[in-house]
Design a protein around this ligand. Structure first.
Ligand SMILES: [Zn+2]
Length: 315
């Protein structure tokens, strides 16, 4: 199949849309979401707006698009294109995003959750190319997960399979927004680093302010790389908890490749030594020894390229 498609990476605070042709991003548009954009109608307008801008920048008529693919946060149904609910957009309820955007834009729209979309992108164009079975984790504010099994995304009965970020790595650990406690994303993610800093009151009276700083993970990473043993300790815990989750994941799926994506995957040099030290004792030895853990290849482009690839997989 050829012909241009638009891939949209919908985040909690911004929309990134890319015009994709033959697996390459030709133009990218980023739109910051204003308060008025956050309702169902508002987000539809924002998606149409960014799609048009991306087309304009690439000199493509919106009528020539083969389709639009959207990766969105939250609990959603890929097959019906409905977002049941999203923690980032509390007003949404059983939001028929794919049908409604398709009606407005006049082209087919495919929808999946953001982590599945990144997984699909890596499968087609990145670290999962030519690999029939792998798991992908997006390490960001939380941890998203995707399972690529037998050459396709594995979505489960409700489309919610692969929630690796909510595997329990500490039975009595930090509470989690999912309703559970001790989930991976409360440790091996930006949220996890915040939890640890708060637990230890790392910055004394300034701890609350430090935790509110979006650059906190970067600051901790740089301090760890500069030899600060306390900050390195946080990344050791990050790697230790991640090893527990990956051991369980490998026992279940026996994949040979685990791809780490998302901004915190850039801290791989800081957390991987402890991760690799711990993994052999956290899963069936022969299964774990057959597996490799690698960083992604697409990085920030994964959301757009994966969403564009979604168009070809159909709704
Ligand atoms: Zn959870």
């Amino acid at each position: 199949m050829s012909g241009p498609v638009v891939g949209i990476d919908l985040g909690g605070t911004r929309v990134k849309a890319g015009l994709v042709r033959d697996g390459a991003i030709v133009a990218t548009v980023v739109d910051i979401l204003e308060p008025d954009d956050r309702s169902e109608d508002g987000i539809l307008k924002a998606l149409v707006r960014t799609t048009s801008s991306a087309c304009e920048e690439a000199d493509v008529s919106p009528g020539d698009l083969r389709g639009i693919g959207v990766g969105a946060p939250g609990a959603l149904r890929h097959h019906t294109g409905v977002i049941v609910k999203s923690p980032n957009f509390e007003q949404w309820k059983d939001f028929h995003l794919a049908h409604r955007l398709g009606d407005l834009a006049g082209v087919p729209v495919a929808l999946d959750n953001d982590a599945n979309v990144v997984t699909l992108g890596e499968a087609r164009f990145g670290a999962g190319r030519g690999v029939g079975d792998f798991a992908c984790l997006t390490l960001g504010s939380g941890v998203g997960g995707g399972l690529y099994i037998d050459g396709d995304l594995y979505r489960g009965a409700d489309g919610m399979a692969g929630e690796i970020g909510h595997m329990v790595v500490e039975p009595e650990g930090f509470p989690c927004g999912c309703g559970g406690r001790g989930c991976l994303e409360q440790y091996s993610a930006a949220n996890g680093l915040k939890n640890m800093v708060l637990r230890d009151r790392l910055f004394g009276d300034l701890t609350e302010a430090a935790v509110g700083d979006p650059d906190l993970p970067k600051r901790l990473f740089e301090a760890a790389r500069a030899g600060d043993p306390g900050c390195q300790g946080y990344f050791d815990e990050f790697g230790y908890r991640l090893a527990i989750a990956l051991g369980g994941l490998l026992n279940l799926f026996n994949v040979h490749t685990i791809v780490l994506s998302g901004g915190l995957a850039r801290a791989f040099p800081a957390f991987s030594p402890r991760l690799f030290e711990e993994m052999p004792t956290r899963g069936y030895r022969t299964i774990v020894e057959a597996a490799r853990v690698v960083t992604c290849e697409l990085w920030e482009q994964g959301g757009i390229l994966g969403a564009a690839a979604l168009v070809d997989t159909g709704r």
